[in-house]
Ligand binder design. Structure first.
Ligand code: MTE
Ligand code: MO
Length: 371
């Protein structure tokens, strides 16, 4: 009856053993924890619950750049780690009998959910960095809920395995196995290689070896990548008589020439895309707070920004009060000393500190004070 992988002794490698699994589990656990916490941060900044929005910090300026950079770095590192961990333990898949008790069956079911959630999470995340969505479900919500499933499954898995993990935590208390050190070194080298060749999309001093990441900051006009070009956004047409609408207690409209005559400010701020790339640039333009003051906005007002773009998921964004009031939050007209190009949001775009790139709305048509 028991053929192939179900036979006793079907797996001959000495590395399918607990100490190897524990060491890899520690590395993978650390990567998944960083990935989970930074992912939560990203969701909270991008789509905050109403009670949190007025409390979001607009500083440090590079906060989101760092958390989201770490999110994608730890997620990519988790891919070879997951592969190595699954290889170490996969003979257990063919355990016989498949379930020794109800509890054992439940434990195996839990591991199935954990493995499925982690694999899907890593796949969808990686494909998102390539902006490729070959599935019918919405990426963001799916990625969010799978993360809870994965972290819940991981906690249960750790609780069940705690005694085994404790027994193999220290090298001294486990028998030496030939090849273990070499295997772990190879896995570490693989993690190092994928990290070094992709982290340059956000870590400036690794740019030179940024060989595998989908974006290469430093290339393209002004060294600033474009997430969605004007053409991709349905060739945003800017009316020749474009005038920004500022809606509030004292609404007004203002054209480009007049905007340029208002006090101009500069801010060095990054675009930090959720997909993992980020670049800092020197933005110039008008403070959003100045426009709000002119529109008679009360202190602590939040703002809704609407793009000229006809449709698209990033057409509208909100600036919660701390961002709207921050002197670094600009309605940018220039980047690195030059007028904005069509792809970077001509005639005007929002740029604010410590924010996901998706909220840095381009081709602004209207700014509205929210009650
Ligand atoms: N109106 C509008 N604004 C937008 C987008 C968009 O698709 N439409 N993309 C956003 C995303 S996802 C990012 S990362 C930044 C990128 O800015 P850049 O293209 O100038 O680098 O713009 C944001 N602003
Ligand atoms: Mo983005």
């Amino acid at each position: 009856m028991r053929r192939g992988p179900f036979r006793d002794g079907a797996f001959t490698s000495a590395l399918h053993e607990p100490r190897t699994a524990v060491v890899l589990g520690r590395w993978l656990g650390a990567a998944l924890l960083v990935c989970f916490l930074t992912g939560l941060t990203s969701h909270l900044l991008q789509d905050p619950p109403h009670w949190l929005a007025p409390r979001l910090p607009s500083r440090p300026v590079d906060g989101y750049r760092i958390t989201q950079g770490l999110h994608v770095i730890s997620g990519i590192a988790a891919i070879p780690l997951t592969g190595a961990k699954l290889w170490t333990v996969y003979p257990r898949l063919f355990e016989w009998p498949p379930a020794r008790s109800v509890l054992h069956a439940l434990e195996r079911l839990g591991i199935a959910v954990l493995v499925a959630a982690v694999l899907l999470e890593l796949c969808t995340g990686l494909l998102n960095t390539l902006q490729w969505y070959p599935w019918p479900f919405p990426f963001r919500q799916t990625h969010f809920w799978l993360a809870w499933l994965a972290i819940g499954g991981l906690l249960i898995h750790l609780a069940v395995k705690a005694p085994l993990v404790a027994r193999h935590w220290r090298a001294r208390s486990t028998p030496a196995v030939a090849g273990r050190r070499g295997f772990l070194t190879a896995v570490g080298a693989a993690v190092g290689a994928v990290t070094l060749t992709t982290a340059g999309q956000t870590v400036p001093w690794l740019r030179a070896v940024d060989l595998l990441a989908p974006r290469r900051p430093g290339q393209g006009a002004g060294g600033l990548p474009v997430n969605r070009t004007a053409a991709q956004a349905g060739t945003v047409t800017v009316p020749t008589d474009w005038r920004l609408v500022v809606d509030g207690p004292r609404p007004f409209r203002i054209g480009l020439a007049e905007l340029r005559r208002l006090p101009q400010h500069e801010a060095v701020l990054p675009i930090a895309c959720v997909e993992g790339w980020s670049v800092s640039a020197r933005w110039g333009g008008v403070r959003v707070a100045d426009l709000l003051a002119r529109a008679g906005a009360p202190p602590g007002a939040a703002v809704r920004v609407t793009s000229l773009e006809a449709e698209g998921p990033y057409r509208v964004s909100e600036l919660p009060a701390p961002y709207a009031a921050d002197p670094l939050t600009l309605l940018a007209l220039r980047v690195d000393g030059e007028e904005l190009s069509a792809d970077h949001g001509f005639p005007a775009r929002i740029i604010a500190p410590n924010r996901p790139g998706v909220l840095q709305t381009k081709w602004v048509a209207r700014i509205e004070v929210l009650a």
